[in-house]
Design a protein around this ligand. Sequence first.
Ligand SMILES: O=C(O)CCC(=O)C(=O)O
Ligand SMILES: [Fe+2]
Length: 318
Amino acid sequence: MSLKLDTRFHCGPTAMRLPVLCHIAGSRSISDDVPMTTFKHITVAPLAASIGAEISGVDLSAAMPDEVWQEIHQAYLDYIVLFFRDQTLTPTDQVNFAARFGPIGKYPFAQPVEGHPDVIAIIKEAHQTSNFGGIWHTDTTYLECPSLGSALYAREVPPVGGDTMWANQYAAYDALSDGLKEMLDGLKLLNSASKNKASLREDHLADGAMKGQDESRMDVQQAFHPVVRTHPETGRKALYVSEAHAVCFEGWTVEESTPLLGYLYEHTRKPEFTCRFSWTVNTLTIWDNRCGLHYPLNDYHGHRRELYRVTIEGDRPV
Ligand SMILES: O=C(O)CCC(=O)C(=O)O
Ligand SMILES: [Fe+2]
């Protein structure tokens, strides 16, 4: 594989003779990535060592005292994705909770739920074989200002299957060699809404209950973003590589970009960086798109799954 690596850091035979310059990938403890915050008002149960926590002791439909909100927000920054089971929420409750994280945004390519302009329904009907968003990704990277986060509320789930996975992209960045970090820092990636548009959205919208909108925009909507972004709230660096939408590095051809992108796709979702959540009806999940990837599994043909989604508007990645 021919990459633009500084030869001082090349992990080939030369570097083997200079072990001091070689980095052992993954040598950093994953659990170092989750800060040890103490919570007084909520109960936080981590789902995996690297990412994800179940939160209990809070009713998201009730007025939330500031000290509770501050702990939820801290847990969100620490764990990237939070799960609140057994919540009874109206669409308005869901929107109001999401609005505490940032301004409510719109998902561009699906029609909202009637009477709830800020909510879309992610539905897979029992007869459908495609699912919505079924490639590892972070949301809407083809926009100038991609979504900060998304809140999903489970209304109907299959008896088994239909889990969603998330992957910690701070940990993915931290585990890279200094050589590869140095090359990726400052590099930009072209993200396009047309890449994988059939399998991500169109096939699914064609034969199910979800209704599309603005489909022609899919072919033109694209944006360059840094491969390594700095989280505006934590100040930490995270990989920002979404397989669903990534086309090529700025100034590189697609052919040149593909091998390195392929390496990064595999790297970003190493099992050690992930968690996997098994939905139950009335679970509200909220995640941070700025430092995490997600992947909905499509292993429940013959069963219906419906989640309501609210999108939170983000800023321009730097
Ligand atoms: O269905 C899911 O679990 C997630 C779908 C998705 O990618 C999204 O809502 O952004
Ligand atoms: Fe998504």
